[in-house]
Ligand binder design. Structure first.
Ligand code: ZN
Length: 180
């Protein structure tokens, strides 16, 4: 499956409707989307706030974001980073609104974002991990060698959003996104 792409989203489905609901629908909001695609997550600079699915809606006059983790110290930093990027590109009048409903889930991380995480050495959560039945059950895949012979060492990784895991196959420790 193709990852949601900011350039491919206008391709209409057979029934005439947009193939995928996109947060950006006007030229102004598409420009904002391009700016936000360059805003790195403060804690994981390899992925953008778009990759992580933090940006829920983009309108010409406002951006709606959902932080990855309630109480995550990065929440304020994310908003500040988005604010700075918008101001720098002449979108100082665009408001940033935060919504916690529905709560952010790891399922919102784009396929592209998952690949970037893996390349960075962070095990991305499996698709559907937000479902209660799978929560924290599936073994993490080692981002280094791909083995699933892994174990959780600590619930607390380098940030509150991540847990520390270790690969039994290659002995490499790695961070894993907590599934929620
Ligand atoms: Zn490994």
């Amino acid at each position: 499956m193709q990852p949601p792409s900011w350039t491919a989203r206008v391709s209409p489905a057979k029934d005439g409707r947009a193939e995928r609901k996109s947060p950006a629908r006007t030229p102004a909001s598409q420009e904002i989307a391009r700016i936000l695609a360059q805003v790195p997550d403060p804690e994981i600079p390899c992925v953008s706030v778009i990759d992580l699915g933090i940006v829920r809606e983009i309108e010409p006059d406002r951006v709606i974001i959902t932080p990855t983790y309630t109480g995550c110290p990065a929440t304020i930093a994310i908003e500040q980073a988005i604010r700075a990027a918008l101001d720098a590109r002449g979108f100082g009048g665009v408001a940033i609104e935060t919504t916690l409903t529905p709560p952010w889930t790891t399922d919102w991380i784009s396929d592209e974002g998952r690949e970037k995480l893996r390349a960075y050495g962070i095990a991305p959560p499996p698709k559907g991990a937000g479902a209660a039945s799978l929560k924290n059950v599936a073994a993490a895949e080692c981002p280094r060698c791909g083995s699933t012979d892994t174990e959780e060492i600590s619930r607390f990784g380098s940030t509150p959003c991540k847990a520390l895991w270790r690969c039994r196959a290659c002995a490499e420790p790695f961070d894993r996104f907590k599934c929620h």
